[in-house]
Design a protein around this ligand. Sequence first.
Ligand SMILES: [Fe+2]
Length: 399
Amino acid sequence: MKILYFKLRAVVVTWLLRLLPRNPPVVFKGANSALTLCEQVAVMGYNKVIVVTDNFLGSSGILDGIKGTLDRLDVAFVVYDGVLPDPAFDQVQEGEAVIRAERCQAIIAVGGGSVLDAAKMMSMLHANPGPLESFDGIQKSKKPGLPLFAIPTTAGTGSEITLAAIITDPISHRKIPIVDSKMIPGYIALDAEIMKGMPPGITAATGMDALTHAVESYLSKASTIATEEHARAAVRLIFKYLLHAYNEGGDIEARDGMALAAFYAGAAFTKTSVGYVHGIAHQLGRVCGTPHGNANAMVLPEVLAAYGDCVHRRLADLAIVAGIGEPTDSAASLAGKFIQAIIQMRKDMALPLLPRDLKAGDIPGIVDEAIAEAGSLYPVPRYMSEAEITTIVNGLRAA
Ligand SMILES: [Fe+2]
C-alpha cells in the first residue's frame, strides 16, 4: 500500500517538476565573469544593491573585485555577511530588513549553497508578505522576488540554477524545503577565479555533492533527454577535473570545469529531483551534523550497489562518459567499475567514510525518515525495503 502511495507521489512530483514555469537565467562563464555580472547590474540601471555573503567570505578579500567594480560603476552597495551554514529564518529576516531599510533594488549573492539559499529567500520575502513558514511547499509565492544575481563560490550545490532553497526553522529545527521557480536567479557568474582559494576538503565534499546530483538525476524516473545530457556532461567534467581541483586548487582549467559541472548537475536535478543518497544524507546532517557533501560521499557507492540490476544500464552509460571501461564490457561490469571509481575517488580525496557520533539508537529514525523523504519526494529507480536502507546505514557505524 505504501509503495503504491509512493508511486502516485512520484508521478505527481515528476509532472510538477516538468510543468513549473521557469525563466532560463543568463550565465556568464570564465575567469572574472563575476565582474561582468556586476557590469550587468549597472547596465540594468540598478544603483543600490545588497551583497549577501557569509562572514568568512566577507572578510576574506574575495569581495574586493566585486566591490571595486560596483564602485567604479557608481552602484552603491551594502554588505550583509551574516549567513551561517544551514541558514535559519532569522538570517533571512535580518537580510530582508537591510534590503528594506537601505531601499536596495537587487541582490548580489556571493557564496556557497547556504548563502545562495538565504539570498533566494530574502528575495522572495521582500516581494511577498510572508511569514517564511508560508513558503513551505511548492510554488507558494504570489509575486516574483527582488532581482537576484548569483556568484557561487563553491562547485557543488548547484543552488545557482535550482528552484529550491532549504531554510531551518529555529524553533522546530526542521529544515524546510521551499520549491518555487520564481527563486531561480536571473543572472549567474561561474567564475573560477573566485573558486581557486577553496580548501581541498570543501572542494572534495562539494564536488561529490555535484556528482551525486548528476548520478541521482540520471537514475531518476523523471529524467528527460535534456536532463540526461546535463547529467552526462556533469559526470564527464567531474571525472576529468575534480581530482585536479582537489590537488591543485589554483588550476583554473580544473576550477572552470568543476564550476560548469556543478551548474550542469544543478540544471539536471532541478528538473528530476534526487534519490536515496540524498534521502539518507539529509538525515546524517540532521542527526550527526555531517556536512552535506561528505554525507553524500559516504553513501553514494553503497546506494548505487544496492539498487542492483535495475540501474546497471544507466550506470554503464555514465562509466563510458567518465572514460571507465570499454563499450564492449557488459552493463553489469561497467556499472561495477563506475561504483569502484567513485570509491577510489572518495579515497584519493581522503573523504571521511563514517559520520561522527552515529549511535545505534539513531538508526531506526534515520531509516524511517530516509524512506519517507525518498518515497514522497524523489522518483527513484526502485523502491528499497527498510532492511536494505538499514544495511546501508548500519555500514556507517565503525566496526
Ligand atoms: Fe545535494
